[in-house]
Design a protein around this ligand. Sequence first.
Ligand code: SF4
Ligand code: SF4
Ligand code: SF4
Length: 738
Amino acid sequence: MEKKESALVGKHYLMKQAFGQDELHEREAVCTRTDPPPCMAACPLGIDMRSVCDHAAKGDFSKAAGIIRMSTPFLYTLSGNCSGECENRCTLSRLGDGVRLRALERACAMYGGSGAVSRFMLPKKQKKTAVIGDDLFALACCWELGKKGYEVSWHTSCGSLVEPLLRLGLPEAEAKADLTALQNLRILRKEEKALSIELIEKVSEEADAVCISPDPGLACQKENCFAGQKEESVAGLLASAKRTALLADCFLQGAGTPPEEENRESRLFVTMDGVEGSESLLDPEHVTKEKAAAEAARCIQCQCTECIKGCVYLQHYKRNPRAAIREIYNNLSIVMGNHMANGLINACDECGQCRAACPNGFDYPDVCRIARHTMVETKKMPPSAHEFALLDQQFSNGEAFLARKQPGFEKCRYVFFPGCQASAVSPDTVEAAYRDLSTRLEGGVGLILGCCGAVSEWAAREDLLAEAEERFRSAWEEMGRPTVICACPTCRKIFDRYFEAETVGIWEILLKLGVEPLESRPAAVHDACGARGDKKTQEVVRALARALGCRVTEAPFSGDLSPCCGFGGLVKYANPQMAREKADFAAGRADGMIVTYCMACKDQFARTGAGTRHILELVYGTGDDTVPDLSRRRKNRLKLKQKLLREIWKEDMYMEEMLPVRYAQGAMEEMEDRMILKSDVDAVLRAYEESGAAVFDQEHGWLVTCRRLGNVTFWVKFRKEEDGYLVFGAYSHRMTVE
Ligand code: SF4
Ligand code: SF4
Ligand code: SF4
């Protein structure tokens, strides 16, 4: 991966580019959304028929005609004579009739052709050009060169400007309308008796560059002479004139020869999901305005939205990944000032759904991952984004950490690792699972309660990831390097990525050991981001759900296309509102119960009010709809550890009681929003008890005291009561109070 060196800039700012411009371009090129739709790619003139359809469908044929005239002024000529290469390639022709684009062009001329024609006011160029020919090619060349600012001598045997168009059978009024765009250009008609080689020789001496129509079949080897390509279709001829004039212009400007037209196959990916084949509504012989608008409305406005369809984040920010990576690139290049894309970077779950959905595998989450690393290294990551989650990891791998071998075993064949979310959200399930595994599996089953380090990986904190790895590794080594039974696909992914340990999903084990079937009920399985690309896990979980009596249904965006619940990438902490939107979307895909196999997903869905259970809760009859708050999640982990130590390993664990505190109405909700724990309030009040330092708020009649814990100063509004404290609220700042 190409990375620019970091350097100190000024006194305060570190700058480091995530990657160079070449890599940015390489990454952008993977996305083909800016490729033209098939109709536009097939048109020799590259007319944007998608926009034509868009305007025409709204009945605005003037604007639709304007789109065609951006490519050529010969609207009437084209509409009466085009062979319609685009029509056969229309995406809709895969299912039925393609959009009748030729007839639509005709409608644009009929109902929008009288609209204003844009005139060119380009700076005049000194060099002289000439065009030789009697046909549409010659007229088109005159226009192309004239609009580039050249004076053009048109050598022709035609008696008037309009003659080549009349020869094509165009009514005079329409022919004149097509020539409006040529009126202000410096085009001088020079009538010749005949077009000949001698004429070309003579003209090429007088003019700096000469464009020659392919029609008379004349050629000249002089370097300032450019002969057009013979073409069958009118659109092809107009395109040939465009190219010939471009060659002449490049010659006059001393620029190199422009590359040949590329292959006109579009790489734009368009799915036909939800599109039904239909018949054309337009009779080319009787083109009415209404029918033409209805026909244009059949156009599905081909575009690639595969990555956006299932991603609330991209929809929320109204971005596509290609545009977003440029924004992120620019953002990271800013040394000082605002960093508008920080929110964008931290609101992506890095879940990989878009990458799985993209036909080209555009790797947007990888860019967000790199961007987060760069932000951390250059100290541009706002500490508030991930601090709470990182402290939570520290808590899981500190106070709440537990590693024990099964009693009676020196070494264990397995170790159960439920993951930090399971212990926080559904501790009874963890206990039941461990008791079950250690009873039914042979060879000893150890237990490790802790965090796998995914939190620090998402926060781009390699140092803390290494700490988590080390914590796990020493316990795992001590147990005799057992196979790790994971109850969370993300933990398993982390272990597979960073450890040599063999891992297995608990669902595989339980499917083999057997489970008690429950009452038959419909259930949709929500696939966890950690299982993306892991078909085996996705299938085994469904098999286990069926063994439990579930009639498994598939919600939209299942399997590898499953959306994130909002927890991934620590979005729940960095952007709680976005996490809620994601949970609403993911939970809203199913009508009935949603079965998850990641406890964070279960927790997120329960918050939306959806009926949801973790599959282990179905196995063990544990869990409910309760949504534990942040303080309860911590307490659950500690109490689980205490209970297991006491009941299984016969060890005592001391847990300090908190001060008696009552919370006024709304205070706890406010603390939850601000990610303040009851234990933070407890620590602040204990400090107050020691110092007695507090400020009296006369208006509200309460005391305010503060205490710095780690990097954050917490403030608590309280009143002392006979048997404890009444807390009205709390807030925090990243500041030091001297
Ligand atoms: S559906 Fe519309 S945009 Fe797509 S190819 Fe056909 S005309 Fe073009
Ligand atoms: S949230 Fe997931 S699907 Fe959306 S952009 Fe990020 S990685 Fe892609
Ligand atoms: S899916 Fe998205 S990233 Fe992939 S080509 Fe389409 S628009 Fe581009």
